[in-house]
Design a protein. Structure first.
Lengths: 792, 120
């Protein structure tokens, strides 16, 4: 049996039906079957004499009747040609088909059209044929529905496509192997360019974000492995990538079918704006955290800033260890500087994986810069610089000594001063002195190593150097006319240099003045009863107390204190002062002192240097006393009560040291308590907030219940009243009940009023208690569950 | 309920994984390095094992290799922050069942454990 059919919707089913139809009718009748749908282009079928012919038209068939014919093996080609152009009933009638059956094509209660069956007039439609025809109508109807919904779907698809292509969201359908299933939406193509030949998503992303692409490839393999549940594998796909300079967020939604992954819908969003918003919000949070930190522990915050800045410097220079990066991360996280902590984490990860860490390093430096900038903008540079008072520093050090002794040296170094700063100060002194003396401002040249020194150790030395500088400008540099006469420029020159050489600090102070007038020194020495025979004698005399060569004591120098004090300080630091002078050409003062072990820089594995011991101090003073004796050339200190006075002072000093040690210990205690208290306050605040919320909730609940209960009670009272009256109960009983209810009502209303007042006041009370805690009792949700507090 | 062994040198990670898993009523064993991990595998009737890749002394992959040699046949998941083709290949070769990217959220962890332990 030959059959030809245009590609009708669900063509095989129609074919089967028609085939069955024709085989069963043959040879009893010649049938003409014409399918008339509402849309005439859909399908027409003719069953003629047992052979099924079909005529399909676009868009249903997609090919011509002729094509359909050649596709099948029709024995009735001519007939088809004949009726093709006149498929209407009239034409059929003319062909000799008399009866027409109209079978409705029903689907879901809707008539989609009719199946018209032309029947030869002489024939009869038997029941069996009718049943077959009805069946055929049913199949055709369902085919039509299928076709229509496909058509509708295509239309919907077009519409959806138009929408999808015009939204700022990139969409694509991916197969289980990560291959693109359909044309991705326009946004994706705009961002990523045309899809790659391989069709794989990661290949598409590769040129934009290679690391991400690799990660995606790897993570995607977990989807196909089958080891991991789909949801877990999907959850682990990376989501943030960069394309054409914009951050994208990818989301993957599985389309599962029969328990297997059929497709994955990719939704890509440009998240630049969201990131900006997030960054702004996070900036605010970081600021709030910093402020809380400052409020709680200003010293600790200052320490955090200094320490982190130092670590960031080291990271910038590329000398920081992984441990330092880790420390920075922890500190930043503790301080609530999330952006910095994250950047540190990224750097740490990069360092750990051997990936190129440079971009991460830059990112961290940049994040820290921004963090500081935000802080400074909000708090002002003073707060950020956090000049710690000596007291605060001591307290902080005490805490560190207790909690992290290994950091002590580091923390101590924070208050050390840069050598340059000190030298700059000496230059200022020189310029000021010159100005006051009416001399032309000297040219002052500075030359300092980049070293920091503990002011507690070196402070006095700097002080005495100031005297030496004054001397140099006052006595060393000649008056302008004298300089002119000597053929020198009117402006004098002073050079101050400070260098760390091995374990010594070497300071030089040069001037191009007239040099030391030794005759005057000898004269002054003689005046003071000091030896003046040899050069050594004279040099020693320079450092004697009260020796001044100035003819006249000037305002700024000349009391003879300069070199004596300097020599004293130099000796205290296990050093010495030397003077070289060339008449007419200038003077050079050389100070050479020891650097304490812990000031020698981080390279020296310095043993933990103990703070000056009380014995040490006392010994120092005693030593000094002896030195004085030697220096002054006296066997005994002249009887000026000085010895006793000094001895007394030593005792005082010793006592002070004991007090200091005690105090220091107390400070450690205080610091420890301070930390513990801060923690407890935090907890109390936290609990307070919770309690307040709970109170508010209860109060509100009470209030509502009271409000509800009061009218109820009143109603109950009325009802009782009526009942009692009807039953003629004793008047007293009635009165009692009525009174009880009234009292209850009153009580409830009073209570409600009070509670409500308290409730309303609660936020302000809380606000006054906790200035930074934001609570609005009115926003506390009222539980629908039972009351947690009994009313009666 | 499964017995799950977590091998990670970071106590923080172990703690958080433990609390996540215990919330889902799993029994959790911990090991701070590969050696201890292998001991635990020998002694305990472990259903599933989570192993950090970067650990001092013995790497996570080495531990997986030895665990397989030792005869442990349950699922072993690699915990890692790094996701490269090279690592994937190495993890496979060592005998890892799959991997979890740190930090894994509770749902992912739960789903994975349920999937693997349920099937085991």
């Amino acid at each position: 049996m030959a059959a030809a059919l245009g590609r009708a919707p669900d063509a095989p089913a129609v074919l089967r039906a028609a085939g069955r139809l024709s085989s069963e009718i043959e040879p009893a009748a010649r049938l003409g079957l014409s399918l008339r749908a509402e849309d005439p282009s859909v399908c027409e079928l003719y069953v003629l004499g047992g052979a099924l012919l079909a005529r399909g038209r676009a868009p249903l068939a997609g090919r011509s009747a002729e094509a359909a014919m050649t596709h099948g093996e029709s024995t009735h080609r001519p007939r088809l040609a004949e009726i093709r152009d006149r498929p209407d009933a009239r034409a059929l009638e003319a062909e000799g088909f008399g009866a027409l059956l109209h079978l409705p094509l029903l689907a879901g209660g809707t008539c989609l059209g009719t199946l018209d069956v032309a029947w030869p007039t002489e024939g009869e439609v038997d029941e069996e044929t009718a049943a077959i025809l009805e069946h055929a109508a049913l199949i055709l109807a369902s085919s039509l529905v299928g076709h229509r919904s496909a058509e509708r779907a295509a239309m919907a698809h077009e519409e959806a496509r138009a929408i999808l292509d015009n939204v700022e969201v990139g969409l694509a359908l991916l197969g289980p192997e990560g291959e693109l299933r359909s044309a991705p939406s326009r946004a994706l193509v705009d961002w990523l360019g045309p899809p790659p030949a391989s069709g794989r998503l990661w290949d598409w992303l590769e040129p934009h974000d290679p690391a991400f692409a690799e990660h995606l490839d790897v993570a995607w393999s977990a989807l196909t492995d089958g080891f991991m549940p789909t949801s877990a594998a999907l959850a682990q796909l990376p989501v943030r990538c960069a394309a054409a300079g914009r951050p994208l967020e990818l989301r993957f939604r599985p389309v599962e079918h029969d328990g297997g992954l059929r497709e994955v819908v990719l939704v890509a969003t440009d998240i630049s704006e969201r990131l900006e918003r997030d960054a702004a919000r996070r900036g605010e949070q970081e600021l709030a955290a910093a402020m809380r930190f400052v409020a709680r522990d200003r010293v600790g915050f200052g320490a955090f800033l200094q320490e982190t800045s130092r670590l960031v410097d080291r990271i910038r220079e590329g000398v920081a260890s992984a441990l330092e990066v880790h420390t920075l991360k922890g500190n930043a996280a503790d301080a609530g500087a999330a952006s910095v902590a994250e950047a540190a984490h990224a750097l740490e990860t990069a360092l750990g994986s051997g990936a190129d860490a440079e971009p991460r390093r830059e990112a961290l430096v940049e994040q820290w810069r921004r963090y500081r900038e935000r802080l400074e903008a909000a708090m002002g540079p003073e707060l950020v610089e956090v000049g710690l008072t000596a007291q605060e520093h001591a307290r902080f050090e005490a805490r560190v000594a207790l909690e992290a002794p290994s950091l002590l040296r580091e923390v101590r170094s924070w208050r050390w001063e840069r050598l340059e700063t000190r030298l700059a100060h000496l230059r200022d002194v020189a310029l000021r002195v010159a100005e006051r003396l009416g001399k032309p401002a000297p040219e002052v040249e500075l030359d300092a190593d980049r070293v920091r020194l503990d002011p507690a150790v070196f402070g006095p030395l700097w002080g005495s150097l100031e005297h030496a500088v004054r001397n140099a400008v006052d006595h060393g540099l000649e008056a302008p006319e004298a300089r002119r006469a000597a053929g020198k420029p009117e402006r004098g020159r002073v050079r101050i240099s400070a260098r760390c050489v091995e374990e010594r600090l070497q300071l030089t102070l040069d001037d191009d003045g007239g040099g030391i007038d030794w005759s005057k020194v000898a004269e002054a020495a003689r005046r003071r009863g000091l030896p003046d025979d040899t050069t050594t004698d004279l040099r020693a005399a320079l450092f004697a107390p009260g020796l001044s060569t100035a003819a006249q004591v000037t305002e700024v120098s000349g009391r003879g204190l300069g070199l004596e004090a300097l020599a004293y300080e130099a000796r205290r630091l296990d050093g010495a002062v030397r003077v070289e002078s060339t008449p007419g050409a200038g003077t050079r003062l050389l100070v050479d002192v020891a650097l304490p072990a812990e000031d020698r820089g981080p390279e020296a594995p310095a043993p933990e240097a103990p703070p000056p011991e009380q014995d040490g101090w006392a010994a120092l003073v005693r030593e000094d006393l002896d030195a004085h004796r030697a220096l002054l050339g006296y066997e005994e200190i002249p009887d000026l009560g000085l010895t006793e006075q000094l001895e007394h002072r030593i005792v005082q000093l010793e006592q002070a040291m004991v007090r200091y040690r005690t105090l220091e210990r107390s400070l450690v205690e205080v610091a420890r308590h301070y930390g513990a208290v801060a923690e407890r306050v935090d907890r109390i605040l936290e609990k307070g907030v919770q309690d307040a919320r709970e109170d508010a909730r209860r109060l509100r609940e009470l209030h509502f219940r009271a409000r509800e209960a009061a009218p109820e009670a009143a109603e109950l009272a009325l009802e009782l009243l009526a009942r009692l009256q009807r039953q003629d109960v004793q008047g007293q009983e009635l009165a009692d009940i009525s009174e009880a209810v009234r009292a209850m009502t009153e009580y409830l209303e009073d209570d409600a009023g009070t509670l409500y007042d308290r409730l309303v006041q609660l936020p302000s009370t809380l606000d006054s208690l906790l200035p930074r805690v934001d609570i609005d009792a009115r926003d506390v949700p009222l539980d629908e569950g039972g009351p947690s507090l009994e009313l009666f | 309920v499964s017995r799950i062994l977590i091998v990670d040198d970071a106590p923080l990670i172990r703690d958080s994984v433990r609390s996540l898993l215990e919330a889902s009523r799993h029994e959790v064993l911990e090991a701070e390095d590969g050696d201890v991990g292998l001991e635990r595998l020998e002694g305990g009737d472990v259903d599933l094992c989570l192993v950090d890749v970067n650990m001092p002394r013995m790497s996570g992959l080495e531990m997986i290799r030895r665990a397989r040699a030792q005869g442990f046949s349950g699922p072993m998941l690699v915990l890692t922050t790094e996701s490269t083709r090279a690592l994937r290949a190495k993890a496979r070769a060592a005998g890892a069942t799959g991997w979890l990217t740190k930090p894994a959220d509770a749902r992912t962890l739960d789903a994975t454990i349920a999937h693997l332990a349920g099937g085991a």
